[in-house]
Design a protein around this ligand. Structure first.
Ligand SMILES: [Zn+2]
Ligand SMILES: [Zn+2]
Length: 334
C-alpha cells in the first residue's frame, strides 16, 4: 500500500508500506477518498511541527476491509467515516461526555499518523457507518462541519442573533451555513471574491470583502452602531484574532478556531466577553454532521473544487498554494 510521508517542510514522499492488522477492538479501513485541510498545509510547510516522518490527513471516507474479534457494530464492506480525535472512554472528561478534550486525546494526522495512505486501523468507537444517501466525497470534507456544530453548541447562538464569521475557507463556509440554519443573521468576511460568492449562495445576509471595505465600521453599521452577539474567527491571523474582541457587542461571545489569540485584553475585560477555544467536534457532532448530510440540510459538495489521484499528493499541495483564488477543497482519490 502507498503512504505519503512528510520528511520535513515541503518534503513529501509517497512510499510503499505494509497493510496494518486491526487489534481486537479495531477495524481495518481502505481509504476511498480524503481531503486536504488548511491544518495539513500548515504541517506541510513546517509552521505546525510534529516529529518527522509524519503522515498527515484527518478527513476521509473509506470502506471496512477487516474487523477485529471484538467488533460488533461494524462489518466488512461498510462505508464509513470517523472522528479524527482519539478518546479513551474512561477518563473524567470522557465520563462527562466531553470526548474531544479527553485526557489522552490525539488528533489524527498530527500527533499520530493520519489518512494520507491507502489503509489504516481505528478503534470501533471512532468509526461511523455512512447512510446510502451520503455521498463519499461530501463525507470526506466533513471535519469542518463537526467543528461548526461544536461551535454552535459552545456559543449557544439563537434565532435572530447576529453572528460574524471571519474567514471563508471550508471552515468558515460551514460556520456560516450552520448559523443560518439556526436562524441567525450572518455576516461573513474574506478577501477572495469567489469564496464570498459561495457564502452568498448559502444565503448569508452580508458577505464583506475585507480588501475593499472598512469591515469593522461596516459591521457596526449593520448592527445599528453596536456589535454582533457572536464572532467566530476561522482565519486565525493576528489581525482577525484582534478583530474579534473589537467588533463584538458588550457581553458577546467569541470562538477561536485558529491562531494565537493576540487580542487587546482591555476590550475583553471592558466588554465582559466570553471566549471559547474550539477543538474538533467529538462523536455527537460527527453523528449530527452525518445526519445533516443525509437529510440534505447542508451543502458541502460545492466546496469541492479540485481532484487528484492520491499518488499525486505533492502536486495537490502545490495547487493549494498556487491557486488559492480558485481552490477551496482538494480531494485525493485512492
Ligand atoms: Zn481540518
Ligand atoms: Zn478520555
Amino acid at each position: 500500500m502507498k503512504r505519503a510521508l512528510l520528511y520535513g517542510p515541503r518534503d513529501l514522499r509517497v512510499a510503499e508500506g505494509d497493510i496494518p492488522t486491526p487489534k481486537p477492538n479495531e477495524v481495518l479501513i481502505k481509504v476511498i477518498t480524503s481531503s486536504i485541510c488548511a491544518t495539513d498545509a500548515h504541517i506541510y510547510e513546517g509552521t505546525f511541527k510534529f516529529p518527522y516522518p509524519s503522515i498527515q490527513g484527518h478527513d476521509f471516507t473509506g470502506v471496512i476491509e477487516a474487523v477485529g474479534a471484538e467488533v460488533r457494530s461494524l462489518a466488512v464492506g461498510d462505508r464509513v467515516t470517523m472522528d479524527p480525535i482519539s478518546f479513551c472512554l474512561h477518563c473524567r472528561y470522557c465520563r462527562a461526555g466531553r470526548y474531544n478534550i479527553c485526557e489522552t486525546s490525539t488528533y489524527m494526522g498530527m500527533e499520530v499518523e493520519g489518512c494520507f495512505q491507502d489503509y489504516l486501523t481505528l478503534p470501533q468507537h471512532r468509526v461511523f457507518r455512512l447512510p446510502e444517501q451520503v455521498d463519499e466525497e461530501e463525507a470526506a470534507v466533513m471535519e469542518p462541519l463537526h467543528v461548526a456544530l461544536n461551535t454552535m453548541r459552545k456559543l449557544g447562538y439563537k434565532v435572530g442573533e447576529t453572528v460574524v464569521v471571519l474567514g471563508q475557507g471550508p471552515m468558515g463556509l460551514c460556520q456560516g451555513q450552520v448559523a443560518k440554519m439556526v436562524g441567525c443573521r450572518v455576516i461573513v468576511v474574506d478577501v477572495l471574491p469567489k469564496r464570498l460568492k459561495l457564502a452568498e449562495s448559502y444565503g448569508v445576509d452580508f458577505a464583506l470583502n475585507a480588501a475593499e471595505l472598512e469591515v469593522n465600521k461596516e459591521i457596526a453599521t449593520i448592527c445599528g452602531g453596536d456589535g454582533p452577539h457572536c464572532v467566530i474567527d476561522t482565519a486565525g491571523t493576528e489581525k482577525t484574532n484582534r478583530q474579534t474582541v473589537r467588533i463584538a457587542a458588550n457581553g458577546g461571545k467569541i470562538a477561536i478556531i485558529a491562531g494565537h489569540f493576540a487580542v487587546p485584553v482591555p476590550f475583553m475585560i471592558g466588554k465582559e466577553l466570553q471566549v471559547f477555544g474550539i477543538r474538533g467536534g467529538g462523536p455527537e457532532n460527527v453523528e449530527l454532521a452525518i445526519r445533516l448530510l443525509q437529510e440534505k440540510r447542508i451543502d458541502l459538495r460545492s466546496t469541492i473544487t479540485t481532484h487528484f489521484d492520491f499518488k499525486d499528493i505533492g502536486e495537490a499541495f502545490r495547487q493549494f498554494y498556487e491557486n488559492k483564488e480558485n481552490v477551496v477543497k482538494i480531494m485525493l482519490r485512492n
